[in-house]
Design a protein around this ligand. Structure first.
Ligand code: ADP
Ligand code: MG
Length: 679
């Protein structure tokens, strides 16, 4: 391996461009894999073209002209036996015009677009009329950056290949490289041979690709496992196995834990009593009762003298947890305190001081808890609610918040049910428990879809229901995922409803309001002083008002399925029958109809998440924070699921037996990811 800068024939301008693509070494070049292939093997008839695809075409130049317009351009009509296309050039020079005289035969390659004259090719490549067999069948197309064309990139990759492919090391166990040695696999993928099966290659199904995919998945697993090892390498805030405080808490509740809650609580207690830090993800559908499981876990740590921090992604949710924990724990003699980014001046200083002195035992708050200025005296357990909004790095930052050399236990709770395969990749560093049972007495939510034209009907009905004592949410969303615009839409709806139905008690809550005001409105809704709550998606996660039984979601077609499921999970929390009305804007595409009907048919967050994954891909499902972690070069989580358990298995073995190979794999596949010393 060598630095690209040291190669002859690569200019320093080119080096800078390659650096933009994170390509620094010859190995980086070798592993810069095609994102697509062009087929230059067959000349395609001009009546067989689809827009947006690239083709090899051949025909006769019929006309050349310079149409009037703002930008000077040249339009060249080329025709074959079957049809015609227009070539359009904005950059015109003699060598080009020489090749394009009327009556001349030309061979072209380029992407077909729709232009002023029908099918057009902008600046196609003009190729010589040599026999076709001289072309490579499939030409690799690489991810690139402005200023660096495919031809150059191909050249550099070839150069790296010629110079350094012989010193590539095999890093996978032998049985996985026997069909394709690494060098051969790379060679195949960069330069598919004449007889290559194009279909197979385009779908990532060729054995040469599969071998690399496996290697990348293994490396990805390794990055998770090394992170895990890094955290677990330190001592934990070990807890006593006694359960007195938890028992005392449960004795005050009007119900008992469900079997699933009990099972998960047991997993957690067993982790907490170990001398390595817990890293556990608790998954449970909306309403499964995760908060109580968190409270039970908190009791174990508190009883052993540790401080506990509970973090939630939004102010509203954090406040709700704060009030719950206060209600549950203060009667048991535990001081519960509050920390948020909005706290300023004296209040903030006080909050920080009580945390630092260890007076605050149970601290509930938002992201603010991660900040450097927050120092705990004896932090033993961190609980993160609705995990998908936090990034892995934020999770790692917690390692430093514990007292000297110990790492707090981490309990992560998510209501976005994550399909197993995806969980393995996104949360491979965590142990998982699932609360797969809802507390008794819940009635399933009845979901209907209604076009926006019938909004007035829906509104009248909701108002009637609310005057009869029911409570409802009305959720406003807009095209862009913008809390500001959503807030405006919610305000407009609020004003409209208030003016038209003055007898109704209507509330408004959105992310642009002050924390206190939001809290007051939520509290009034909880107390049944408000019957209708107009809201934005800020209420998406966690908020709990068991008496609310109706939810209307405007522009439902614009939200993700899991998000809709989360939202609708705000109702259906008591014994009464609940309804969810998804208002959609016509015309709704076939695809849109299918999506919404999934919600009508299923109340199971896992089923919905699987579908969401199929429809929208993993990045969307996990939220933007995590997509960076999932930036694969060759692997595709959905397509390559079948390789995941094998990858996990290989990774585990390598971790135990071969730290050198682990490092080499991480360097090869994840050269830009933060590296954690794990031994
Ligand atoms: P989520 O899993 O969505 O965070 P919550 O923790 O908010 O769910 O719980 C939803 C509701 O269920 C709350 O009102 C809570 O008090 C109630 N709950 C939790 N556990 C039980 C149980 N074992 N039996 C009855 N109700 C429960
Ligand atoms: Mg919750």
């Amino acid at each position: 391996m060598a630095l690209i800068r040291d190669l002859k024939g690569v200019t320093s301008t080119a080096c800078n461009l390659l650096e933009k693509l994170h390509l620094l070494t010859t190995d980086d070049l070798l592993f810069h894999l095609p994102r697509d292939y062009e087929d230059r093997s067959t000349i395609v008839a001009m009546n067989q073209l689809s827009i947006g695809r690239s083709y090899l075409l051949e025909g006769e130049v019929k006309s050349v002209d310079f149409p009037p317009g703002k930008r000077k351009s040249m339009a060249v009509q080329v025709q074959d036996e079957f049809g015609k296309v227009t070539l359009r050039f904005y950059h015109i020079y003699k060598a080009l015009t020489d090749k394009l005289n009327i009556g001349q035969r030309v061979r072209l390659f380029g992407e077909v677009r729709i232009g002023a004259r029908g099918l057009e090719l902008y600046h196609p490549e003009i190729l010589t009329l040599q026999p076709l067999s001289r072309y490579s069948r499939l030409t690799a197309i690489y991810p690139s950056t402005e200023g660096l064309n495919q031809k150059k990139l191909r050249e550099y990759i070839q150069l790296a290949f010629d110079l350094h492919s012989h010193d590539l090391t095999e890093l996978l166990p032998k049985q996985f490289s026997k069909d394709y040695a690494l060098k051969d696999a790379l060679s195949y993928i960069h330069h598919p041979p004449l007889q290559a099966n194009m279909q197979q290659l385009m779908q990532g199904q060729h054995p040469a690709q599969q071998r690399l995919i496996l290697e990348e998945l293994v490396s990805h697993q390794l990055s998770l496992l090394t992170r895990r090892a890094y955290v677990q390498h330190t001592a934990s805030a070990r807890c006593k196995p006694s359960k007195q405080l938890a028992k005392a808490l449960l004795a005050t509740l009007p119900f008992s834990l469900t079997n699933a809650q009990q099972r998960v609580s047991k997993d957690i207690l067993s982790d907490l009593t170990q001398n390595k830090p817990m890293l556990r993800l608790v998954q449970g559908d909306v309403g499964a009762g995760k908060t109580l499981v968190a409270a039970v876990a908190a009791c174990h740590a508190l009883e052993s003298g540790w401080q506990v921090a509970l973090m939630a992604p939004t102010e509203i949710l954090a406040e709700q947890h704060y009030l719950n924990f206060k209600r549950w724990l203060e009667p048991l003699g535990i001081h519960v305190s509050w920390l948020s980014g909005k706290q300023k001046g004296k209040a903030r200083q006080m909050a920080e001081a009580t945390i630092q002195q260890g007076i605050a035992k149970m601290v509930v708050g938002t992201h603010a808890l991660f900040q450097d200025s927050i120092n705990f005296k004896q932090l033993g357990l961190v609980i993160i609610d609705e995990q998908h909004r936090f990034g892995v790095d934020q999770r790692l930052a917690l390692r430093d918040k514990g007292p000297n050399q110990t790492t707090p236990h981490q309990l992560i709770m998510t209501a976005t049910p994550i399909p197993r395969t995806l969980a393995m990749s996104a949360y491979g560093d965590l142990d998982t428990s699932v609360i797969d049972e809802l507390p008794p007495g819940r009635t399933p939510i009845h979901t209907v879809t209604v076009p926006l034209e019938r909004r007035e009907d829906v509104l009248q009905r909701i108002v009637n229901n609310c005057t009869d004592g029911k409570q409802a949410y009305w959720v406003c969303t807009l095209v862009e995922q913008s809390e500001t615009l959503d807030a405006q839409a919610a305000e407009a709806t609020y004003i409209e409803i208030q003016q038209r139905f003055p007898e109704l008690n209507v509330g408004l809550v959105h992310g642009k309001m002050k924390a206190n005001d939001k809290q007051a409105v939520m509290q009034a809704f909880k107390n049944n002083e408000l019957q209708l709550l107009i809201a934005t998606t800020v209420i998406e996660v966690g908020v709990d008002v068991p008496n609310a039984t109706i939810m209307i979601i405007e522009n439902a077609e614009r939200l993700g399925l899991s998000q809709l499921h989360q939202l609708r999970g705000r109702v259906g929390r008591g014994a009464q029958a609940s309804f969810c009305v998804l208002l959609y804007k016509n015309p709704l595409s076939q695809h849109g109809q299918e999506r919404l009907s999934i919600l009508k048919e299923s109340n199971d967050g896992f089923v919905i998440a699987e579908k969401d994954l199929q429809i929208r891909g993993p990045g969307e499902l996990l939220g933007t924070k995590q997509t960076g972690d999932l930036g694969f070069k060759v692997a595709n989580l959905e397509r390559d699921q079948y390789l995941l358990s094998q990858a996990q298995h290989i990774a585990q073995q390598l971790m135990q037996q071969d730290p050198k190979t682990v490092d080499a794999l991480l360097n090869r596949w994840l050269p830009n990811a933060p590296r954690y010393a794990y031994v």
